[in-house]
Design a protein around this ligand. Structure first.
Ligand SMILES: Cc1cc2nc3c(=O)[nH]c(=O)nc-3n(C[C@H](O)[C@H](O)[C@H](O)COP(=O)(O)OP(=O)(O)OC[C@H]3O[C@@H](n4cnc5c(N)ncnc54)[C@H](O)[C@@H]3O)c2cc1C
Length: 302
């Protein structure tokens, strides 16, 4: 049995790993990847110590810092379930492995919210994408659709008007993002916005060929020929693994107090997966540090 298992290799999990290792806690870091959401951003200008740094490079630096310490890591493994034992926790991975620890930190962050329309799952990675920053250049010179009306969608649309032939912006509501972004997008000559429209289907055999949209007021349907669709309608917490034992709020976030405690002795949570306000790298890293220090105190008291 380990003393601590940290689930998640984003800013929260990696910071927790460094703090745990420096306290000589016998910890295991389990994660699907290293870097988390920061890998999907190009530039970061608000992580202190760097005026500007690429998201990928910042996460490389986090990883190097983790690797300085003798900490066991299993990367590329998703955690499917978490349950309580008489003295500790059992953590089950997607490939059927089981790991036990006296304490656990859940730092599993968030993932993009799906549209849940026909065609989305089948064409995922074949024209359906959730990250304009990562995949935008693959659609150079093509017609694309960006779905959403908030800042993420507006930023994606603003990026895509520079590289795509034409951009359709489809939003269920009037645009809700920052005015500066709304103005930029509205001024683009190669963009048409369909506001108060919903996507009803994504069409295509082996790749995206078109989307079908419906006007919410008139009910009229249109087919837009596109080679790519960028779904930018928000994020949902990766909290399913803790659903059985921890309390979740109405957004599905794990509820923690200011000491990162979930209310279940020995179970801590940190970063975007929690109800802590403001989802930012510096906040997630800070919460990860707190969680590791609290977990260390908990283990010492046992
Ligand atoms: C496009 C974009 C741009 C952003 N730009 C900025 C910015 O400029 N500045 C800023 O401060 N913040 C920015 N953010 C927010 C920032 O990325 C997040 O606040 C931060 O990454 C949260 O860190 P985290 O460790 O809590 O979660 P995440 O980064 O989401 O990491 C979660 C980790 O958990 C792993 N994981 C998930 N589920 C499981 C599972 N079941 N089993 C095992 N592992 C799992 C994931 O693989 C990942 O490694 C941006 C976010 C996005 C999406």
């Amino acid at each position: 049995m380990h003393e601590l298992i940290i689930i998640g290799g984003g800013p929260a999990g990696m910071t927790a790993a460094v703090y745990a290792a420096r306290k000589r806690v016998d910890a295991l870091l389990l994660s699907k990847d290293i870097g988390g959401q920061v890998l999907t951003t190009t530039g970061v200008e608000n992580y202190m110590g760097y005026q500007y740094i690429e998201g990928f490079e910042l996460m490389q630096k986090f990883e190097e810092q983790v690797k300085q310490f003798p900490l066991e890591q299993k990367i590329g493994q998703g955690v499917a379930g978490l349950s309580q034992l008489d003295a500790g926790f059992d953590v089950r991975t997607d490939n059927g492995e089981s790991h036990q620890a006296k304490a656990v930190i859940v730092a599993t962050g968030k993932r993009p919210r799906p549209l849940n329309v026909p065609g989305e799952q089948q064409l995922r990675g074949r024209g359906v994408t959730y990250c304009a920053i990562c995949d935008g250049p693959l659609f150079t010179g093509q017609k694309v659709a960006v779905i959403g009306g908030g800042n993420s969608a507006l930023e994606a649309a603003d990026d895509m008007v520079k590289i795509a032939q034409y951009v359709y912006l489809v939003s269920l509501t009037p645009l809700t993002g920052d005015q500066i972004l709304i103005d930029r997008v509205k001024d683009a000559s190669n963009l048409t916005a369909f506001l108060e429209h919903e996507v009803v289907a994504i069409e295509g055999e082996s790749r995206v060929e078109a989307i079908a949209i419906r006007d919410l007021k008139s009910g009229e349907e249109k087919r837009l020929e596109v080679g790519g669709i960028f779904i930018e309608i928000g994020l949902i917490p990766n909290s399913e693994l803790a659903r059985e034992i921890a309390r979740l709020n109405n957004l599905g976030e794990i509820e923690v107090n200011c000491a990162t405690e979930t209310g279940v002795p020995g179970l801590f949570a940190a970063g975007d997966v929690t109800n802590v306000v403001e989802k930012q790298i510096v906040v997630a890293a800070g919460e990860g540090a707190k969680a590791a220090l609290q977990a260390h105190k908990y283990i010492q008291r046992l």
